[in-house]
Design a protein around this ligand. Sequence first.
Ligand code: APR
Length: 244
Amino acid sequence: MDFPSELIQFLKKAERVSVLTGAGVSQESGLRTFRDAQAGLWAQYRPEDLASPEAFARDPKLVWDWYAWRREAVKGVRPNAGHYALVEMENRIPTFTLITQNVDGLHRFAGSRNVLELHGNILRVRCADCGTFTEVWGDDSESVPRCETCGGMLRPDVVWFGEALPRAELEAAVSATREAQIFFSIGTSGVVQPAAALAHAARNKGSIVIEINAEPTPLTPKTDFAFHGRSGEILPELVKAVWG
Ligand code: APR
């Protein structure tokens, strides 16, 4: 893929770069994107009807089992070339912030260091009542595992629809976006707030906004550069074009 020489020059000189990633970056590792059709048993459900406090209150076991299925899927995959290209970019740019909507932990698994998990991490489990984190729980096929500390139900440490994002991560993401000279939006449909607002905040502050996504999104017309294709192919080629 050919990249505009001005983009290559911008990146060679860049001191502060922020990146927002979404499910598309993990798609090439074999994980379905959030708005992909669900698989098998889960095909009858919309994610929006499972990833919410109301769904958990209505049928905690169904929600727990969906996340247990997704946790096993995450454990079975590895980072792809797109994840590793972002690690290489972080190694080359003095101030680099990776803001992700993904809950699969693959960016850290690949070696990314400055990662802000806006929507939590599916591999972490906490008590729905007292918030205590736990690494181990009984696997009762009939009911949701209980907290050792208070007996409350356990839940995945992810942000559900209607829930607030973790304050520290969100504030750090807003600050990194404001300071960025270049802002990438990669593998995200750019429809879920507040993450989707970050690219517009970057643009309004005069940052160069670059989109890498399989298909156009509502952000595309507002970008300085947009590359439509697979992030696992485009990112390594961009890193090679800039840093050899
Ligand atoms: N390379 C690049 N982009 C890809 C690839 C790929 N290999 N495969 C899919 N895509 C694109 C799709 O075209 C789509 O625009 O990735 C985007 C994924 O969009 P979504 O499925 O909406 O996922 P995401 O944007 O991460 O969702 C944001 O919404 O549902 C909530 O909390 C959930 O974190 C999620 C958030």
